[in-house]
Structure formats: structure tokens, C-alpha cells
Design a protein around this ligand. Structure first.
Ligand code: NDP
Ligand code: MG
Ligand code: MG
Length: 339
């Protein structure tokens, strides 16, 4: 079993007198900066000059500097910019401004694990990775709750990296939900696997194929959207709340019987497992990382083409129309969704 830490195990005081530079003000950046500030920490945000978020951060009451200035100012430097630009920004603006004994932090392990960033030996290198979207990190904190986090220490130059990580997790509210100790390698590999095989790659492909199968058989696209896409959230909410048991309790016995009869026809057990293992192996061997790094160096042509293709897919077109009439409660606002 993994080591778990909660608020009682964290001492926010370990950040007393420490300046925390949050690099980036996107999904995670705005949440970490605001939560830490409201927890009493000394925070500044580092952005590129001309950033569209500069004014927003200032209006939220935060001090803003350029990335280089913030990295120089900070004793703790948290990298919350897109993973694919981190290596360049690190090299140009962060590395020259790191001082011995500083803590360099990440919310995902990709760049350290795949050696795109190789920090000097005299700084702490650690990760606090919230297991939820940045907007939820913010909205739960405001509501007195918190998104659970992973803690990993890659380099412990000062011997205090764990204390810093736990204090930081408390500061963003994550320790209210729990902090699980792991490694950069495990976080990186499991995060990539989860999003590729199940959460994004798996689920979206499954919904798309289900939608296409019904439409090609002559059923109305609106009907296919409701059955194969809209209802996904309702099922997931039940699982999220009470496990598969609550889902199966809530759905009809007919649906549960069909689940057992047809689930493995759609996803043949041995074949699907073999495919999943192959996906995992490409992640572990760095094959996926190599492809993604190359994709970014060659103008993202594959990603852009796929994005455009998905935007034209009938499930997206029909879904956008139907959702216009379903804007209520949590569904309407990404900031309060999944709370
Ligand atoms: P976003 O895409 O939401 O934020 C991007 C931020 O990075 C923006 O402020 C943007 O600046 C800045 N930025 C982009 N390019 C540059 C550049 N070249 N120079 C300077 N700043 C730049 O990122 P996320 O919050 O999604 O991700 C941040 C980290 O958190 C990643 O490591 C990610 O893996 C991790 N993470 C993300 C989660 C999520 O919910 N999204 C969940 C858990 C971890 P500008 O304001 O100028 O556009
Ligand atoms: Mg990820
Ligand atoms: Mg049904």
C-alpha cells in the first residue's frame, strides 16, 4: 500500500519565509497561485511578457513578473506551463535563475522522467500533482475541500523536499483529500496510460464507435448522441459516488445483464488486454514520449489534423446543438463541474 498523508501530517509553516513562484496561469497555475495566497503564502506568478493572462492574475490580486524574474525571486519554483514547452522555458528563463537550495516543482513528471529537463544537483526536485483539473483544484479549495495529490521527490538536495511538498499540498488544499507518495516514473507512466488507454483515448473512441454504429444502422443522430455520449456522465457519476455496485444498483437488471453479455464482445478480454499492454510498453520504453516530442518539433501536423477531424464529426455537431438546451447546474460551468 502507498504512503498517504493528510492535513494533520503537513506543516504549512515549512513554507514560512519562502517565496513561491508559480510559472504559468492556466488551468493549474491560477488554482495553485490563488489557493496558496489564500493559505497565507508569499506567491508571485511568472508569465511571458504580453501574456493574455497577465491582467487576469493582477486583477485577482496576485503579483506578476516575467518568467525569468519570477524564477529569480522564488525559493520554490513551480512549473505550471504546458509540458511540451517546459524544457525550452526552463532552459532559457528558469535554469539561469535557480539558486542552490531552491525547490523546483512540477505537477506532472514527463519532463523530468524523460530527461527533457535535467536540473542541477543542488536543488530539490519534487512533484505535487493534483489528480483533477485545475478548475476543480480551485473550486474545491474555495468550498473547504481539496483534490487529492501525488507527491514525488526526485532530488532531495536540502533534505527538506518532503516537508516542502507536503506544505505545498496543504497550501493548495490537496492534503484535505489526501497526498499519496509515489515516484516521478510511476506518476508519469500511470498518468499517460490512464489518459491514453481509458480516460481519453479509450472512452472517446468507445463513444464515437457506438455513435457511428447506431447512425450507420439508420437511427437518429440525436438518439445516438443521447445513448452513447450524453449518458456517459450519468453512469460515471454513479461509479464515482458508489462504485460499480451503485451503478449496477441504479441501472435496470436488463442493462446489467447486457453489461455482462456484451461488454467483452465489444472489448474482447485477451485482445484488449494485449493492446493495453502494448500501449503501456510504448509509454515505459519512451516510444510515446519520443513521438510526442517529435510532433511538437515538426509543427503538430498530426494533432492539428485530428483536432479538425474531430470537430467535424457528427457526434460533435449534433452534440453542440443538443447541449444548448441542457445548460443547467453543474453542466453549464466547468468551474463547478465534478465538485
Ligand atoms: P495550461 O495549458 O492550462 O496553462 C498554460 C500556461 O502556460 C498559460 O499561463 C500559458 O501562458 C503558459 N505558457 C504556455 N507557453 C508558454 C511559454 N512558451 N512561455 C511562458 N509561458 C507559457 O496548463 P495546465 O494547467 O493544463 O498544465 C500545467 C501543468 O500541470 C502541466 O505539467 C500538466 O501536465 C499539469 N497538470 C495539469 C492538469 C490539468 O488539469 N490541466 C492536471 C494535473 C497536472 P499564457 O497565459 O501566456 O497563455
Ligand atoms: Mg496527463
Ligand atoms: Mg438506455
Amino acid at each position: 500500500m502507498a504512503n498517504m498523508y493528510y492535513e494533520k501530517d503537513c506543516d504549512l509553516g515549512k513554507l514560512d519565509g519562502k517565496k513561491i513562484a508559480i510559472i504559468g496561469y492556466g488551468s493549474q497555475g491560477h488554482a495553485h497561485a490563488l489557493n496558496l495566497k489564500e493559505s497565507g503564502c508569499d506567491v508571485c506568478v511568472g508569465l511571458r511578457s504580453g501574456s493574455k493572462n497577465w491582467a487576469a492574475a493582477e486583477e485577482a490580486g496576485l503579483q506578476v513578473k516575467t518568467v525569468a524574474e519570477a524564477a529569480k525571486w522564488g525559493d520554490v519554483v513551480m512549473m505550471l506551463i504546458n509540458d511540451e514547452v517546459q524544457a525550452k522555458v526552463y532552459k532559457e528563463d528558469v535554469a539561469p535563475n535557480l539558486e542552490s537550495g531552491n525547490a523546483l516543482m512540477f505537477a506532472h513528471g514527463f519532463n523530468i522522467h524523460f530527461k527533457q529537463i535535467v536540473p542541477p544537483a543542488d536543488v530539490d526536485v519534487l512533484m505535487i500533482a493534483p489528480k483533477g483539473p485545475g478548475h476543480t483544484v480551485r473550486s474545491l479549495y474555495v468550498g473547504g475541500k481539496g483534490v487529492p495529490c501525488l507527491l514525488a521527490v526526485e532530488q532531495n538536495a536540502t533534505g527538506k523536499a518532503v516537508d516542502i511538498g507536503l506544505a505545498y499540498a496543504a497550501g493548495i488544499g490537496g492534503a484535505r483529500g489526501g497526498v499519496m507518495e509515489t515516484t516521478f516514473q510511476d506518476e508519469t507512466e500511470t498518468d499517460l496510460f490512464g489518459e491514453q488507454a481509458v480516460l481519453c483515448g479509450g472512452v472517446i473512441e468507445l463513444m464515437k464507435l457506438g455513435f457511428e454504429t447506431l447512425v450507420e444502422a439508420g437511427y437518429a443522430p440525436e438518439n445516438a448522441y443521447f445513448e452513447c455520449i450524453h449518458e456517459m456522465k450519468l453512469i460515471i457519476d454513479l461509479i464515482n459516488k458508489g462504485g460499480i455496485a451503485m451503478c449496477n444498483y441504479s441501472i435496470s437488471d436488463t442493462a446489467e445483464y447486457g453489461e455482462y453479455v456484451s461488454g467483452t464482445r465489444v472489448l474482447p478480454y485477451e485482445q484488449t488486454k494485449a493492446n493495453m499492454r502494448a500501449v503501456l510498453k510504448d509509454i515505459q520504453d519512451g516510444v510515446f514520449a519520443g513521438k510526442w516530442i517529435a510532433e511538437n518539433q515538426t509543427g503538430r501536423t498530426f494533432l492539428n489534423a485530428k483536432r479538425a477531424q474531430m470537430a467535424r464529426h457528427p457526434m460533435e455537431v449534433v452534440g453542440a446543438e443538443l447541449r444548448k438546451n441542457m445548460l443547467w447546474g453543474d453542466d453549464a460551468d466547468p468551474d463547478t463541474a465534478s465538485t
